[in-house]
Design a binder for this molecule. Structure first.
Ligand code: GLN
Length: 188
């Protein structure tokens, strides 16, 4: 039997505990990450939602910005985590976003996301969510809200502008764990 994937959740600031719970429920071994050397033993990394400016500031302080840039495994960024991975921040994901761009009245809302290849929509919680402005050619759109991308994949990177860790539906985390498995096989 294959061992459980070992997933790190960046625990500098924001909604990291909820990710830990979902991933554990799906059978992963989960560790909270606060130091660069903790990335070494991981099969995958989650960058949670929160405040991207704070997450970036703390990551720089601890040298985690360079460590995450150098990290070769699968990465899942949600909301602020998506911002941290974009062209203007860590530069790993080939996309640009507008922060807090869903307008003042609808800063936070819940809505059904249409998933590609899945008839059942996914309930999405959007909290001062980033809106994808420009998407590189290598990115695959896996989920849309009103025809706009909100869940995208670029090879080993998975990015959601909403918070899949705040609902009971584990499909996005399961997809990430499937990607982690694929990456393990590619790298083995
Ligand atoms: N608005 C936050 C930012 O700009 C993201 C919000 C979130 O992660 N829920 O970083």
């Amino acid at each position: 039997m294959e061992r459980s994937p070992r997933i790190g959740v960046l625990a500098l600031q924001g909604a990291f505990r909820e990710h830990v719970q979902v991933l554990e429920r799906l059978g992963a071994e989960v560790v909270e990450v606060r130091l660069p050397e903790e990335l070494d033993a991981l099969d995958g990394l989650v960058i949670p939602g929160g405040e991207s400016t704070t997450i970036m500031r703390l990551a720089r302080l601890y040298g985690l910005d360079e460590a995450i840039r150098a990290y070769q495994g699968a990465i899942f960024g949600t909301c602020a985590g998506m911002i941290v991975l974009d062209r203007d921040h860590l530069g790993l994901a080939d996309l640009e976003v507008d922060r807090n761009a869903y307008g003042r009245q609808v800063r936070s809302f819940e809505a059904d996301v249409e998933l590609s290849g899945d008839e059942r929509p996914l309930h999405g919680v959007f909290i001062r969510a980033p809106r994808i402005r420009d998407l590189g050619g290598d990115l695959e759109v896996l989920g849309e809200l009103d025809g706009e991308p909100v869940l995208v994949r670029q090879g080993r990177l998975l990015l959601a502008s909403f918070h899949p860790e705040l609902t009971d539906d584990p499909r996005v985390h399961q997809l990430f764990l499937d990607m982690v498995r694929e990456e393990q096989h590619v790298r083995a």
